[in-house]
Ligand binder design. Structure first.
Ligand SMILES: *Cc1c(COP(=O)(O)O)cnc(C)c1O
Length: 427
């Protein structure tokens, strides 16, 4: 599949049936797998042989779908997780423990911010949040001797700040740590962070990948490029023996290409069990088969709606990276020349109350805690996903209290615009 274009990979990568096998990926609805001898089973438990034994760790249906996402991102290994949250949690916790430090962009999804700033802090991991627009000097200054990773979102949810991946990767590498990028909003159709130096990519497959608001899920993809052994003392979990697997050293046994995902599967899935179900993986795959078609339509609608909003005097401001004059226009053009996503952020004149009234007036766009669905939906983050943030934290995250996050579906853009117009007319 390596040499095919991304559209072909969306449809066919990950699962290639042999003679007489099912055309569509089979759902292995089984917790367990049968072996002839205990010896065979023992080899699996020692990570000496690859194979399935218990679906809390791995399941063939989930692995077909992970392999497809891996091919789309151009990675070396991947795993599905039960949600985007667990993907981001694992991506950090696989390399940072109590006493360690992580640098994160302050412009990230509210759920991720809470995970990092509250829950993972309780686990003893310290986070420093800095603006995605930080200068090279400002990013360098955030490093500490115990920093283990740098984290950001390609296009931030909901501020639509665009990360200068090449710059952040360069500084992460200068300091001997990987850059982890949550690539949920553009999907690999529009941006492949590994091509710009990112080391690990995460996804909420819940969003565009599923695309039909049917299935919560996540994915972690490894580029296979980060040299853990070159920074042996920073990443003991990967570079020193794991006693729970008879002293295996992941970075030695599985190399740069396999160490990160194997460790996350063998330790974190084993212990936390944030497993994707095979049935849900099947739904995610159905979404992936049309991802390239849907992304093009989401982007087309996003741009049309953003341009309309820009022209309406009742709108205070519009953020959409593809708009001429947007703060991130040039960065978006560099990393996402074919389009960004279908999410548009804007404010209706009149502040927080106007946002609420406007959204109530919408007829086609539903108010939902969701984005990236085939059906247009919208949300008022200050009242929902980012409700737990103080005004100061909202400001730091770049979220205005009047921000409306409007996620264009794949309907006809004229109908979306007419709906917005009537909502504004009836204010
Ligand atoms: C939704 C979202 C998540 C969390 O995904 P869940 O599947 O809801 O856990 C993480 N990152 C981004 C950018 C998201 O939009």
């Amino acid at each position: 599949m390596k040499n095919f274009n991304i559209e072909t990979k969306c449809v066919q990568a990950g699962y290639t049936p042999k003679n007489g096998e099912p055309r569509e990926i089979p759902i292995y609805q089984s917790t367990t797998f049968k072996y002839d001898t205990s010896e065979d089973m023992g080899k699996l438990f020692d990570l000496e042989a690859s194979g399935y034994f218990y679906s809390r760790l791995q399941n063939p249906t989930c692995d077909y779908v992970a392999a497809k996402i891996c091919a789309l991102e151009g990675g070396s290994a991947a795993m599905l997780t039960s949600s985007g949250q667990s993907a981001n949690f694992f991506s950090i916790f696989n390399i940072a423990n109590a006493g360690d430090h992580v640098i994160s962009s302050a412009s990230i999804y509210g759920g991720t911010f809470n995970l990092f700033n509250v829950t993972m802090r309780k686990m003893g991991i310290e986070f420093t949040f800095i603006s995605p627009d930080s200068t090279e000097e400002e990013i360098r200054k955030a490093f500490k001797p115990n920093t283990k990773a740098v984290f950001g979102e390609t296009i931030a949810n909901p501020t639509l700040h665009v990360l200068d991946i090449e710059k952040w990767a360069k500084i992460a590498h200068e300091n001997g740590v990987p850059l982890i990028v949550d690539n949920t909003f553009p999907t690999p159709i529009n941006c492949r962070p590994f091509e710009w130096g990112a080391d690990i990519v995460t996804h909420a497959t819940t969003k565009y990948m599923d695309g039909h608001a049917s299935t919560i899920g996540g994915c972690i993809v490894d580029s296979g490029k980060f040299d853990w052994m070159a920074h042996k003392e920073k990443f003991p979990g990967l570079t020193t023996p794991d006693d729970s697997y008879h002293g295996i050293v992941y970075a030695e046994k599985f190399g740069k290409e396999g160490a990160f995902i194997t460790k996350a599967t063998a330790q974190l899935m084993r212990d936390f069990g944030c497993t994707q179900s095979p049935q849900s993986a099947y739904y995610i795959n159905l979404g992936l088969e049309s991802l390239h078609l849907r992304m093009a339509k989401h982007c087309e609608n996003g741009l049309k709606v953003a341009k309309y909003l820009q022209s309406d005097s009742r709108i205070e401001w519009v953020i959409f990276p593809e708009l001429e004059g947007d703060k991130y226009h040039e960065t978006a053009k560099k990393y996402m020349p074919n389009g960004t996503c279908g999410v548009v952020s804007f404010a209706v004149k009149g502040g927080r109350k106007s946002a609420e009234k406007f959204m109530k007036n919408l007829k086609l766009a539903a108010i939902e805690t969701h984005v990236a669905d085939a059906r247009t939906c919208c949300l008022h983050p200050a009242n929902a996903t980012h409700r737990q943030l103080t005004d100061e934290q909202l400001k730091e995250a770049g979220i205005s209290p009047s921000l409306v996050r409007y996620s264009c579906g794949i309907e006809n853009a004229d109908d979306l615009i007419a709906d917005i117009k009537q909502a504004l007319d009836n204010m």
